[in-house]
Design a protein around this ligand. Structure first.
Ligand code: AQP
Length: 327
């Protein structure tokens, strides 16, 4: 059975891009693959975090994943730091990644440009991400388009490790959706929507008040023309709205564009589709939030299942790279 692995950082409230670009595919992957999903809290530490807030956000993110439909009976769901193998394999990956390759990562350039404090972890982040993926003999990684370059590096590191030290890792494939893979900020439609970005009017949060969601969509930046066309270069705002509607309805953005002649009607349709996508998630989240111990039990069992896979894979890597086994 194909093994699918992916993760999400508890760096802020989950936004619509996370849902449409990645999380909804996690849910559908459960029907056909052996799925492992992870809240990657170690990745959140690459930028300074308030400890109490990080703990709360990590638990809430796990609850949100359950609310969107991650089913613990079919998927392994756990917290990255609960499986210590991630940090150890990350070191082996760092020692096989070159400085030049890490320096070329565009996400590092973007995030370090804006940061007051640039941690070494922010720079080596992709090596930890490679470790996350490779630890589970992963075949496929469903991610949004912003992770394409990191995924490519994970593949390169697996190939390099295998050729230097013998067959150790499965070389994973990225699974990037055709629509919704890069949801853009509603106010700055040439920038991707991000959970840690300070753009409250441009970002739709999955757990946000639904009236506020509809208002933000109705105020989304478009352009001075009037025709509805899917053209990401010339009409980024309108194209973003069409892509969001497409991801919510399953109809292609080009076909949707033919149904609308006015921006106002398009915005109303997008608002309705997004609100109806978020409503059941919010209802289920409210139920789960009332029972944190239930989620904690799911996470404990998930970590145990994850560790049972990660332990032997790490051992393989340790042996092949030449670390002396403990007697
Ligand atoms: N705007 C987006 N459109 C489509 N997919 C997106 N993803 C993120 N933003 C968009 C996908 O969501 C998954 C989880 O992301 P992550 O938490 O691992 O980190 P990220 O990619 O850096 O997402 P954010 O929201 O932008 O977080 P911050 O602000 O903390 O950096 C990934 O599969 C990602 O591709």
């Amino acid at each position: 059975m194909t093994r699918v692995f992916s993760g999400i950082k508890p760096t802020g409230p989950v936004q619509l891009g996370n849902l449409l670009g990645a999380l909804r595919h996690w849910v559908s992957d459960q029907d056909e693959a052996d799925t492992i999903f992870c809240v990657v809290d170690l990745h959140a530490l690459t930028v300074p975090q308030d400890p109490a807030e990080l703990r709360t956000r990590t638990l809430e993110l796990a609850q949100l994943l359950l609310a969107i439909g991650i089913d613990p009976a079919r998927s392994t769901l756990f917290i990255q730091s609960h499986v210590r193998e991630h940090a150890e394999l990350s070191w082996l990956m760092e020692c096989n990644a070159s400085f030049g390759e890490l320096r070329r990562m565009t996400q590092f350039k973007d995030k370090s440009d804006q940061a007051e404090f640039v941690s070494a972890g922010l720079f080596t982040y992709p090596a930890l991400m490679a470790a996350d993926i490779l630890l589970y003999d992963t075949d496929r990684v469903p991610v949004g388009d912003d992770q394409r370059q990191h995924l490519e590096l994970s593949r390169d590191l697996a190939i390099r490790f295998n050729s230097r030290y013998g067959d150790t890792f499965i070389v994973p494939e990225a699974a990037i959706a055709k629509v919704g893979a890069r949801v853009m900020d509603l106010q700055h439609p040439t920038k991707k929507m991000s959970k840690s970005e300070d753009s409250p009017q441009g970002t739709i949060l999955v757990l946000e008040d639904l009236d506020a969601v509809a208002k933000k969509i109705k105020r989304a930046v478009t352009d001075t023309e009037t025709d509805v066309r899917f053209d990401t270069a010339e009409k980024p705002g309108v194209s973003n709205l069409l892509a969001i509607l497409s991801a919510c309805t399953g109809t292609t953005p080009e076909t949707l564009a033919e149904s609308y002649t006015r921006y106002g009607d398009l915005k109303s349709a997008v608002a309705e589709a997004v609100v109806e996508t978020l409503r059941p998630i919010q209802e289920r989240f409210a139920e789960l939030a009332a029972d944190p111990s239930g989620t904690a039990a799911i996470l404990a069992s998930g970590a145990e299942k994850a560790q049972a896979i990660a332990g032997p894979v790490l051992e393989r890597a340790r042996t092949n790279i030449g670390l002396l086994p403990q007697s």
